[in-house]
Design a protein around this ligand. Structure first.
Ligand code: GDP
Length: 307
């Protein structure tokens, strides 16, 4: 990518897309293109065809997707499957038709089998059953990875996929019905603290473990891979460390300074017991995360709730 290359960031208003935009701007890229979903509906094939015909981007970061936490995934099952299939099929196919030089597709660690051996290697994809709560999203994302792989194989394109672990950072979703656990807990503990509540409800048993990556680190990794990686393996991006939801809840409670107690709501699902990524492949390529979880949570908390 040259500093004046025409780069399309699909999903630039979302957490991942906006982090990639910030990264590219900081690196001095000056020809970035983006459209809001009102301007360009990526589920609409005709609109995507016209967009690529008119704009002819040279590089594409495909960060547009319908995303959400465990409850949203489990509730809007048809939409998670349909919208993600449409968005990625339209963008990947038009990238091929219009000779995009390189595309990076954002998949997700939740597309690995529910009971994959830990830490999860890239080669574990499609070796077992998926977690029920996010199966529709996972099926769509697996299709996206396979589109990239097979367009490369049949047409010689240069489309790469990445598998980020659970993310947090700027522009996250804080609406409790759609949020992932980390922003949800920041929101709940903060609300409880300023309203002097006695309890905070946390979902599930607290025993599942999750790995968390700051979205700025993810953007850094995507930028790195766009320059340094070509291939059909969808690379894991994470920290290589995970913590239990119970530990996360205690950590956030401390950072926020909430003095009350935690009520564990076992009626809410736990989801996958563990999904720690094996990050040795990306480490071997020369990339490693920089933001540690405690520092990242403090930064997000200050920015979102204290400024
Ligand atoms: P997942 O990684 O796809 O399972 O998505 P989430 O980030 O939504 O959930 C991760 C884990 O955190 C699950 O075990 C949830 O039950 C648990 N959890 C605890 N409290 C909350 C909460 O308030 N919101 C969400 N989304 N998850 C919670």
């Amino acid at each position: 990518m040259q500093k004046d290359s025409k780069i399309y960031i699909a999903g630039h208003l979302g957490m991942v897309g906006s982090a990639i935009m910030r990264k590219l701007k900081n690196e001095g890229f000056i020809n970035l293109i983006h459209k809001s979903s009102e301007e360009l509906d990526l589920t609409n094939q005709q609109q995507v065809i016209s967009f690529f015909k008119n704009e002819k981007p040279e590089f594409v970061f495909l960060a547009a997707a319908k995303v959400g936490g465990i409850q949203a995934n489990n509730t809007y099952r048809a939409q998670f499957l349909y919208e993600n299939l449409m968005i990625q099929s339209n963008v990947i196919h038009q990238s091929y038709v219009h000779n995009v030089k390189k595309l990076l597709f954002l998949a997700s660690s939740c597309i690995y089998p529910k009971f994959a051996e830990q830490p999860i290697k890239e080669s574990d994809l499609l070796t077992g059953l998926l977690e029920y709560t996010n199966e529709p999203y996972a099926i769509a994302k697996i299709a996206g990875v396979k589109l990239c792989e097979n367009y490369n194989k049949q047409y010689g394109s240069n489309f790469i996929s990445v598998m980020p672990t659970n993310l947090y950072g700027s522009n996250d979703t804080y609406d409790l019905n759609n949020a992932h656990v980390l922003p949800a807990l920041l929101q709940k503990f903060h609300h409880a603290k300023i309203n002097n509540l006695k309890n905070v409800e946390v979902w599930g048993s607290g025993t599942p473990k999750r790995e968390f990556l700051h979205v700025n680190d993810l953007a850094d990794a995507c930028y790195f891979l766009m320059q340094n990686y070509k291939g059909n393996i969808a690379l894991n991006i994470g920290t290589g460390n995970d913590i239990s939801i119970k530990e996360l809840a205690m950590l956030i409670k401390d950072i926020v300074g909430f003095q009350g107690s935690i009520y564990w709501n076992n009626e809410k699902p736990d989801g996958t017991p563990r999904k720690l990524l094996d990050v040795s492949l990306i480490h071997n390529l020369g990339w490693k995360h920089r933001i540690e979880l405690v520092d990242g949570i403090k930064e997000v908390y200050l920015k979102k709730f204290m400024s």
